[in-house]
Design a protein around this ligand. Structure first.
Ligand code: NAP
Length: 281
């Protein structure tokens, strides 16, 4: 498993397992346990996913030493603000049954996320989190957060897939030494993703699946990935992307699939902001 050095020197696996939309806790625990036994070392959850406790159980049962694992969770909008963030952090740590977090992300650029960031800076300085970052921040919000705070985020986790490639935003993050991490690398299967002809034809050339070509395309762009699957054979498939390389022509062909738009929704749409703000748990 290749690792990448974050801007504070902490090493993070380039590929991990995402556990969004695995609401059944037994299934989530089994999925994470299977992933860890299959070699996965990074697990990406969030307080909003309501499955941190299952992730924690699986980590305990796996028998893998804590230092070998990289655990990410996220702070939801309802917990934004300095004090609420500290409380939410402790709650997540307890659910995960951990002593420290590897990466803590602000899930959305909504609410008092400046207060949240300062709480996260303090938790980081106290040694309770190894790296802090953001998610779903557009370039203007990234620049503003950097300009008005002490610590530059280590990671920005954003939607990136062949239909929404975000080349300029990725460049800006790179320029600021922030690692881009892709969510919904497979567009959650939307737009008939797994049968896409352009990616399938590249796959036939390399004898690889659409999923593998896509993960490889992201990794070659310097983007970290966290594909979600509850099935062991797919976890293994998604994990096997280190022993082949896409050519410039392959990369250029995938570049033509960009629509410039999210497959899901635009975070900057006022209706989306209102909807996300009302989502509480
Ligand atoms: P995704 O990884 O694009 O797609 C997951 C879907 O693809 C599932 O339906 C899965 O089905 C299927 N799949 C996985 N591997 C496959 C393969 N090799 N062949 C065919 N189908 C395959 O979507 P995502 O779960 O939304 O994104 C990944 C992770 O990113 C999440 O789990 C979460 O951790 C994170 N995320 C973050 C945010 C954010 O706002 N920060 C938002 C969304 C997601 P099976 O499970 O049945 O295999």
């Amino acid at each position: 498993m290749q690792k990448i050095k974050l801007n504070n020197g902490v090493e993070m696996p380039l590929l991990g397992l995402g556990v969004f939309q695995i609401a059944d806790l037994d299934q989530c625990e089994q999925t994470v346990l299977t992933a860890i036994k299959s070699g996965y070392r990074l697990i990406d959850t969030a307080s909003f996913y309501l499955n941190e406790s299952a992730v924690g159980n699986a980590i305990k049962k796996s028998g893998v030493v804590r230092e070998e694992l990289f655990v990410t969770t996220k702070l939801w909008v309802q917990d934004s603000g300095y004090q609420k963030t500290k409380t939410a952090f402790e709650r997540s740590l307890k659910e995960l049954q951990l002593e420290y977090l590897d990466l803590y992300l602000i899930h959305q650029a909504l609410g008092d996320y400046y207060g949240s960031w300062r709480a996260m800076e303090d938790l980081y300085k106290d040694g309770k989190i190894r790296a802090i970052g953001i998610s779903n921040f557009f370039s203007d919000r990234v620049v503003d957060l950097i300009a008005h705070n002490e610590i530059v985020p280590a990671v920005n986790q954003i939607e990136i897939n062949p239909f929404y490639q975000r080349a300029d935003e990725h460049e800006l993050l790179k320029k600021n030494n922030i690692l881009t991490q892709s969510w919904a690398s497979f567009a959650e299967g939307k737009n008939d993703f797994f049968n896409n002809e352009v990616i399938s034809s590249i796959g036939r050339k390399h004898n690889r699946s659409v999923a593998q070509i896509t993960l490889r395309w992201l990794i070659q762009r310097g983007i970290a990935v966290i594909p979600k699957s509850v099935r062991k054979e797919r976890m293994l498939e998604n994990y096997s992307v280190w022993d082949f390389e896409l050519s410039k022509d392959d990369m250029d062909a995938i570049a033509t699939l960009d629509t410039g738009n999210s497959v899901f929704f635009d975070h900057r749409d006022p209706e989306t902001a209102e909807w996300l703000t009302k989502l509480t748990f």
